[in-house]
Design a binder for this molecule. Structure first.
Ligand SMILES: Cc1cc2nc3c(=O)[nH]c(=O)nc-3n(C[C@H](O)[C@H](O)[C@H](O)COP(=O)(O)OP(=O)(O)OC[C@H]3O[C@@H](n4cnc5c(N)ncnc54)[C@H](O)[C@@H]3O)c2cc1C
Length: 467
């Protein structure tokens, strides 16, 4: 089975011989992908009694937040109160505690745009999964699925790694690959990008050390330039020091006074489901970073001695596949701050669609402070398969809402809901659609998620009635 039959040279193919492969692992719930959605899913499923195996192609957890050095967590609040709580927020708080005293004192009360210290975060994730008894298999790429005779269940996945090829059997599968790899392999219909196949660009994020934050702040005070350096970047583009495109820095996330994470500029035309495109993204991305480093050193006081410590292992990918789910969340739902009876999370992050080419425009659509919309359970359920959930970047939504739903706090929340649902399905002996959704919502609230005031109130009255 291949992800994409268009790949390769027309008319050229080889036939592989049939082969017996060993079953290397078995679990109640297999989670594929160790980003925010996979981490949330694995912990939630284990917390609710399932044996869980998480399979990840890299040697560490964190997905875009560590693989691609995305420098900060997007807001956990609706600008008035925290609305993404539960496992995601607990992990972010744990990362703060694991950072040094300066970091803790600066960010202890911050819930929005908390800078990521990637090496600390990797360890926090390792520990959290280990404490919940989640087994982890790193350096393993999932390239096929085993389906039941009627095609409605995934009975296992097929991985390749240094040990060889093997099958992993599972009762339930959570596709947290961000690209819906498992759903696509299982034949779930999906959409990719816009109507003409255009995709949001990738970005190569990186870490700069040996910077002087105090001097940088003085520069901003003296010149009145914004924290995203609009004026300085425009000047550098006009002088040919930077290429056309994004006219400001998307994000500078200060881990401390001398180390900053950078999200700046774009690499266009990269389809993150194609190795050839990812290769070009890596090479072009690193080339752009080199040019940006020179820009920082020559244009931005405080960065004269900046040293490039690391760039992403992979160019950061904002969008690829969006599965067709039982419900497709739309921009209208977002704009109307709509709630659903089967909400499993709430989202307030703005619609943030990056330009598809260097002449394009960015789209930002905000909700009012204090407003959020619901994320229904059905967006996690791919049509045609009864034991698979797809949380995270590839959940079922239109393109506009994907531009909002895709950020890490939401991915944690959708992951937590998927893992909890999988454990519930196991307990009740049902498929993904057979679980009692009110019970899922009750468990989520009991385990720290926030589904709105009403859900919180009914959970607390249910628990006092039980006492
Ligand atoms: C440049 C950029 C800037 C961003 N800025 C922010 C920001 O500031 N704050 C924020 O909160 N969000 C931001 N985002 C969005 C956010 O980082 C991602 O959308 C989010 O991490 C998606 O989470 P996920 O768990 O769905 O997927 P991912 O984080 O992509 O994780 C998927 C994991 O699955 C693994 N995997 C994939 N396929 C396979 C396979 N076949 N077999 C085995 N393993 C596999 C991958 O290695 C990866 O670890 C940004 C994204 C980008 C690209």
């Amino acid at each position: 089975m291949s992800f994409d039959r268009e790949v390769g040279q027309p008319g050229k193919s080889v036939t592989l011989p049939a082969q017996d492969i060993p079953v290397s692992h078995e679990a109640d719930v297999v989670v594929v992908g160790g980003g925010a959605s996979g981490i949330g899913a694995a912990i939630a499923a284990a917390m609710n009694g399932a044996s869980v195996l998480l399979v990840e192609q890299r040697g560490y957890l964190g997905g875009m937040g560590t693989v691609s050095l995305v420098p900060a967590f997007c807001p956990f609040t609706d600008k008035e109160k925290p609305i993404v709580r539960g496992i995601g927020m607990a992990l972010m708080e744990r990362m703060k505690q694991a950072c040094n005293a300066d970091y803790r004192s600066e960010y202890k009360d911050t819930l929005d745009w908390v800078p990521i210290d990637p090496e600390t975060l990797k360890r926090v994730y390792d520990d959290a999964l280990g404490e919940h008894g989640v087994r982890t298999l790193f350096h393993s790429f999932v390239y096929d699925v085993l389906k039941s005779a009627d095609g409605r269940r995934i009975e296992g996945i097929v991985v390749v790694n240094k040990t060889g090829r093997s099958a992993i059997r599972a009762r339930y599968v959570i596709d947290a690959t961000g690209d819906a790899d498992i759903a696509a392999l299982a034949g779930v219909p999906f959409q990719k990008g816009g109507e003409e196949g255009e995709l949001q660009p990738g970005s190569m994020c990186y870490l700069l050390a040996n910077v002087d934050r105090a001097r940088f702040r003085r520069y901003l005070d003296e010149t009145g330039d914004s924290g995203q350096l609009h004026a300085t970047v425009e000047r550098a583009i006009a002088e040919g020091a930077l290429p056309e495109g994004r006219k400001s820095i998307s994000g500078l996330a200060w881990v401390n006074d001398y180390l900053v994470g950078v999200n700046f500029g774009h690499v266009f035309g990269i389809d993150g489901t194609k190795a050839e495109d990812l290769t070009r993204g890596a090479i072009e991305g690193r080339r752009l970073v080199e040019r940006q480093l020179l820009f920082f050193q020559t244009y931005v006081p405080g960065f004269e001695h900046a040293h490039l410590v690391a760039s992403g292992e992979q160019v950061g990918i904002r969008e690829t596949r969006r599965i067709q789910g039982d419900y497709v969340l739309t921009a209208e739902d977002f704009m109307n701050a709509r709630s659903f009876p089967d909400d499993i999370a709430r989202n307030a992050y703005y619609i943030d669609i990056h330009l598809a080419n260097s002449k394009g425009k960015m789209t930002f659509t905000h909700l009012e402070p204090g407003q959020s919309h619901g994320v229904p359970y059905r967006v996690l359920l791919p049509v045609g398969i009864d034991n698979l959930w797809v949380p995270g970047r590839a959940a079922s939504s239109d393109r506009a809402v994907q531009g909002s739903l895709r950020v890490m706090p939401n991915c944690f929340a959708m992951g937590q809901a998927s893992g909890t649902a999988a454990a519930l399905a196991m307990r009740e002996g049902t498929g993904s659609r057979g679980i009692r959704v009110p019970e899922l919502r009750r468990l989520l609230v009991e385990q720290g998620a926030w589904l709105g005031e009403q859900a919180a109130a009914s959970a607390s009255s249910a628990s006092s009635a039980a006492e």
